[in-house]
Design a protein around this ligand. Structure first.
Ligand code: DO4
Ligand code: MG
Length: 299
C-alpha cells in the first residue's frame, strides 16, 4: 500500500491510499504522519488502520496518471547519506582528483569509516514533488541528478515508509573542494521526492529495490542506468542512528540513502531535460529541469 497527496478539483491537498490493485481512496487525514499517529493510537498497523477506514468506501474514479500529485509528505527536513555505494566513491574520487584517481581521498576514508557521511540536503521550502521543476545552479557546469531511496522516519528514528528522492548535485563545485558541499547540494528546488510513500510494513525486503534513472533531452532518452539497494554498503538503521544521535529530528523527516547511479562523466544536465527515477514498488518520480538563468545568445 502506498500513500500519495494530490490537489483535488477545488485545489485542496488530499491524502490518499493507493492499494495494490491501484485503486485510490481519499483519506480524512491532512498529513502522512497523521496516519502513523492515528494507527498507533488505535493499536493497529497503518495498513490495517487504513483498511478499516476504506472498507465499504468508493474508490476515486480516476487513474493515478490523471491526478495533480504533490510531495507525498511536507518533510520539514531532508537529510542525505553520502558515499554509501562503491559507484559514488568512484565518482567522487574522479571529481576530487581532477580526473586522475591518484591517492587516498576523504571519500575512500568515509566509505570505510564507522561513521557515515550524513548531511542536511533540503528543507520543505526547497523540496519539490512530482512534475515540478528541479533547478540548475547558474554557477556550475557539471550537474547531475542523484537517484536515491528515501526513508521516511519518525523523530525516534522508526522507518515508517520508503520514497524516491533526487539529490541534485554539482560535481564541479564539490570536486573543487569538499568544503563546498552545502553549495554543491543545496539551492532552490535542488531536491525532489515522491511520487508516493510505500508503507514500510508492506515491503518484504528493502534491500532489494531496483532503481532506474532515465534522462530525456528533446524527448530522446540520453541516459538510462539502474542499480539495486542490495549494493548499499550500510544498513538503513545504521544511517538513521547516526542521524538521530544527539540531534533534534522531526516526525516525517526524509533520509536519502545515497546514490549508486552516476551518469557518464561527460554528462551534465541542461535546461528542458526531464529526469525520471523509478522504483517499481513506489512509482516514477518525474521532474523537468529548468535553468535558473537564461543565457543570452549574442549574434
Ligand atoms: O560526498 C558527497 C555526497 C555524495 C552523495 O550525495 C551520494 O553518495 O549520494
Ligand atoms: Mg547523494
Amino acid at each position: 500500500m502506498r500513500i500519495i497527496r494530490y490537489l483535488n478539483d477545488y485545489s485542496n491537498p488530499v491524502v490518499a491510499a493507493v492499494t495494490d490493485d491501484n485503486k485510490i481512496y481519499p483519506l480524512p487525514m491532512n498529513d502522512f504522519m497523521d496516519i502513523i499517529y492515528e494507527a498507533k493510537h488505535a493499536g493497529l498497523t497503518p495498513v490495517n488502520y487504513i483498511n478499516e477506514l476504506i472498507t465499504g468506501k468508493e474508490s476515486l474514479q480516476k487513474d493515478l496518471s490523471e491526478l495533480n500529485l504533490l510531495v507525498p509528505i511536507v518533510a520539514p527536513e531532508v537529510w542525505a547519506s553520502g558515499v554509501t555505494y562503491e559507484k559514488s566513491r568512484e565518482a567522487r574520487n574522479y571529481e576530487t582528483t581532477d580526473k586522475k584517481n591518484d591517492g587516498e581521498t576523504c571519500y575512500d576514508k568515509v566509505y570505510n569509516a564507522e561513521r557515515p557521511e550524513i548531511f542536511l540536503k533540503s528543507t520543505s521550502t526547497r523540496t519539490v514533488g512530482p512534475n515540478e521543476p528541479v533547478y540548475l545552479r547558474s554557477d556550475s557546469n557539471w550537474q547531475i541528478p542523484e537517484p536515491e531511496l528515501g526513508l521516511v522516519i519518525t523523530k525516534e528514528g522508526q522507518i515508517v515508509g520508503y520514497t524516491i528522492g533526487n539529490d541534485m548535485s554539482c560535481r564541479d563545485i564539490e570536486g573543487e573542494n569538499p568544503l563546498y558541499l552545502p553549495q554543491a547540494k543545496i539551492w532552490k528546488n535542488s531536491c525532489s521526492i515522491g511520487p508516493a510513500i510505500r508503507l514500510s510494513e508492506t515491503v518484504a525486503n528493502p534491500y532489494n529495490f531496483q532503481i532506474t534513472c532515465r534522462i530525456y533531452r528533446n524527448d530522446q532518452l540520453v541516459v538510462e542506468e539502474s542499480a539495486n539497494t542490495r549494493q548499499l554498503k550500510r544498513k538503513y538503521d545504521e544511517l538513521v542512528s547516526f542521524l538521530i544521535r544527539d540531534n533534534k529530528v522531526f516526525d516525517g523527516t526524509v533520509l536519502l540513502t545515497g546514490t549508486s547511479i552516476v551518469p557518464p562523466n561527460n554528462f551534465t544536465l541542461q535546461d528542458k531535460d526531464r529526469i525520471e527515477i523509478e522504483i517499481p514498488e513506489i512509482g516514477v518520480l518525474s521532474n523537468p529541469v529548468k535553468s535558473l538563468v537564461q543565457k543570452t545568445v549574442v549574434n
